[in-house]
Design a protein around this ligand. Sequence first.
Ligand code: PMP
Length: 420
Amino acid sequence: DDLPAATRNLVGRRSAALGGAYRLFYSEPVEFVRGEGVYLYDPAGNAYLDAYNNVPCVGHSHPRVTEAVSRQLATLNTHTRYLTDGVVTYAERLLATHSMGAAYAMFTCTGSEANDLALRIARHYTGGTGVIVTENAYHGVTAALAELSPSLGPNVPLGSHVRTVPAPTGGVNFTAAVAYAISDLERHGTRLAAFLADSAFSSDGVLTEPAGFLAPVADLVHAAGALYIADEVQSGFARTGSHMWGYQRHGLVPDIVTMGKPMGNGLPIAGIAVRREILDDFGRQVRYFNTFGGNPVCVAAASAVLDVLDTEGLPTSVAATGAYLKDAVARVAAESPLLGSVRGAGLYLGADVVDPATGAPSGELAAAIVNGMRQRRVLISATGRHGNVLKIRPPLPFGRQHADQFLGALGEVLAAVGRG
Ligand code: PMP
């Protein structure tokens, strides 16, 4: 193959050292040694346009984050049972971005732990155990979350207290599907604890439209005495441009919000925001301690992220660049027999790849496009139940010139893949 010998060697050592459960991106894996802004660099110094990574939300190696983390690391880093100012001030700032009424913030290291904690609180508050998720949801790595993450596939069984509902695509009456799942759980003697959904339905194929469709679902869940948990690991921190949080696009008030990935621009910090009345009894009865969750270094990173979102005006530029990119990709799709529907909000876009002969979803052609983009040094991936949805989700400083570079590569790749 075309892989440089050093890369091939590292791939071999990786699987020998880390085992088989990990997967690498791309048929020709790529090694990175450096990142800056919306670019990643391979060992030969080639720049790759990052149109995929949401974790470095304010850009790779952002100097303000680097400086804040370095300064804090050189000053103080402890576990989280001493009194420090940073985490309190950050919690106050974070809560001010939410629209949940009176709320608390709690911190973890990963989105999985945040969802796990949210479930524990929901079960404590409601006395129920049932959970409703979408048919190709992903919510995390723990045992409790793997059994409600159907995207992990048939080798990871769902729990008997879990019901799935179809992904909210055009033809689906999503509210009716949730109502049916609630009654189905009840018939089996299981009380619903929570409806848990990614506000952008990433692993279901990036389903963002129409804004507002989730509001009646929240009403229904509340009427059943259960909680609405908004998983904002993907859709949060201004990803959608118009709003800081995906649930705000839908005009609903969640009971618990879980956050992660972009929160610390790559430092492991995640957490929840929870309405006060929901947490109060749990707070009295349960002791919660998370060694690293919200430690001073991670909080320094997270605070710097909020600073940069603000000082660089990212929500506004995300809305503008996102709209520009979505329109342009939709125009490309209208001309290409390989692409179907294009969706998205802000800098989170999904584009369906279809078989030109049948119009059916094609994960194979999507993989060919993803790999073709990688050959042209543009990073994207594919998602959705059939793996056929191009997932375009760059760091937020992605500007119009980056969008144009992306579109140039996409045009070439569609032409090449279309020729077969
Ligand atoms: N929820 C969603 C919607 C996610 O996409 C992910 C990660 N892909 C998680 C939760 C879990 O987050 P983490 O990997 O930080 O545990």
